[in-house]
Write a protein that binds this ligand. Structure first.
Ligand code: HEM
Length: 159
C-alpha cells in the first residue's frame, strides 16, 4: 500500500523534461552548470532588472519579437514557446541571482539541430536589447548581462 502511494507520488512529480502543458523533450540530467555561466553576486543585477517580474517581462517581449521576426522567426517556428519561456526565464533569473534554479538543458543540447548562424545571434541580441531598454534596465547592467551571455556563442552558433 505504502509502496504504491510512493510510486504514484513519484509519477505526479513533474520532471523537467515532461512538464504539464509543455512538449516532452528527451531525458537529460538537470544541473546548474547547464545554465552556461555562473551567477552574478549580490542583489545589484536583480534590482537593475526589476526582479523576477522585470525578467519575466523582458523574456516575454524578447520571445514574442523573436517568434514574429522576419529574420530569425523561422528558427523558432514549431518549437515549444511555453517551455522556452519557462527555461529562458529560469536561466536569466538564475544568472541575475534573482532567486531561481535553472532546470533546462545545456546550451549545446538545446541548440544542436537549429543551424543558428552568427547573424541570427546578433539579431536575437538586438531584440533582447530592445526588451531591456523597454524595461528601463540601466545600460551598464544590460551590458554586464550581454557579456555573461557572449561566451555561449560557441555552444549556440553552428560551426
Ligand atoms: C547566448 C544566447 C542564447 C541563450 C542563453 C539561449 C538560451 C536557451 C535556452 C535556455 C533554451 C531552452 C533549453 C531547454 O529547453 O531545456 C533555448 C532553446 C532554444 N533556443 Fe536559445 N539561446 C541563445 C541563443 C539562441 C539563438 C541565437 C537562437 C536563434 C536565433 C535560439 C533559438 C532557440 C530555439 C529555437 C530553442 C528551442 C529548442 C527546442 O525546442 O528544442 N537561441 N535557448
Amino acid at each position: 500500500m505504502m509502496q504504491s502511494i510512493v510510486i504514484a507520488l513519484l509519477f505526479l512529480q513533474a520532471v523537467p523534461y515532461a512538464v504539464p502543458g509543455e512538449d516532452a523533450v528527451d531525458p537529460y540530467t538537470p544541473s546548474a552548470a547547464n545554465a552556461g555561466a555562473s551567477p552574478f553576486a549580490g542583489e545589484g543585477m536583480a534590482k537593475a532588472f526589476h526582479g523576477q517580474d522585470g525578467i519575466r517581462r523582458i523574456i516575454d517581449r524578447t520571445l514574442t519579437a523573436a517568434y514574429a521576426d522576419p529574420v530569425i522567426g523561422e528558427i523558432f517556428e514549431g518549437h515549444d514557446k511555453v517551455r522556452l519561456s519557462r527555461t529562458l526565464f529560469e536561466q536569466f533569473c538564475y544568472l541575475l541571482d534573482a532567486g531561481c534554479a535553472y532546470s533546462g538543458r545545456d546550451m549545446i543540447a538545446a541548440h544542436k539541430d537549429l543551424g543558428v548562424q552568427r547573424g541570427d545571434m546578433n539579431r536575437l541580441v538586438v531584440l533582447l536589447q530592445q526588451a531591456m531598454r523597454a524595461e528601463r534596465v540601466p545600460f551598464q547592467a544590460q551590458n554586464r548581462l550581454l557579456s555573461k551571455l557572449a561566451p555561449m556563442n560557441h555552444d549556440v552558433v553552428q560551426k
